[in-house]
Design a protein around this ligand. Sequence first.
Ligand code: GTP
Ligand code: MG
Length: 197
Amino acid sequence: MIIKKAEFVKSSTQVKDCPSGNLPEYAFIGRSNVGKSSLINMLCKRAKLAKTSSTPGKTQLINHFMVNNTWYLVDLPGYGYAKMPESERQKMTKMIRSYILDTENLVCLFLLIDSRLSMQKADREFLQFLGSNGVPFVLVFTKTDKLTKSQLSRNIEEYKISMHETWESMPAVFLTSALKKKGRDEILEFINSTLGE
Ligand code: GTP
Ligand code: MG
């Protein structure tokens, strides 16, 4: 798929403020700092479309970006940021979870995982939430440029083993690097193939 146009539409704090209409949405979620906003920019080939930062907790709202006038990429705040005050963290979790449960046009959630790390507690909890609510999702491993090929395949294998502790089958998996622009074609092809469904 070719991205001809990508534009910021709006930031919202709750689903009822999100853009109306029934365009398909693809949302990006994962721990703070995992690279959600960077991946959106990489997919759109626009370095500054979504705001990124080396400090966790940059994205705090639900951000809609319209692509080719026909579908949305949605940049969500990260979860599991330890330094955020507990009350803030709870507020954020509630915002993310209600976006996911209440957005009827959410086609698929991209769950981003830092390819350097084993399964973190926050990810485990989030996966449980997705499973018990039947939310369609795929796994996206990020920052693969920070690992050697063999370290990367070892980590992915270990992640799959952790997944199999609770999941019968694995969701689709994408390996990405926003820095090296890796995984772009595969993700856009996946989006293209699910758009008509
Ligand atoms: P929050 O909005 O705070 O939840 O973070 P986020 O998940 O949107 O992460 P963001 O895209 O802001 O990136 C966090 C940091 O990781 C930034 O310093 C990015 O430059 C860096 N980063 C993101 N993707 C990659 C990648 O593929 N490779 C490398 N080396 N760094 C990356
Ligand atoms: Mg962000």
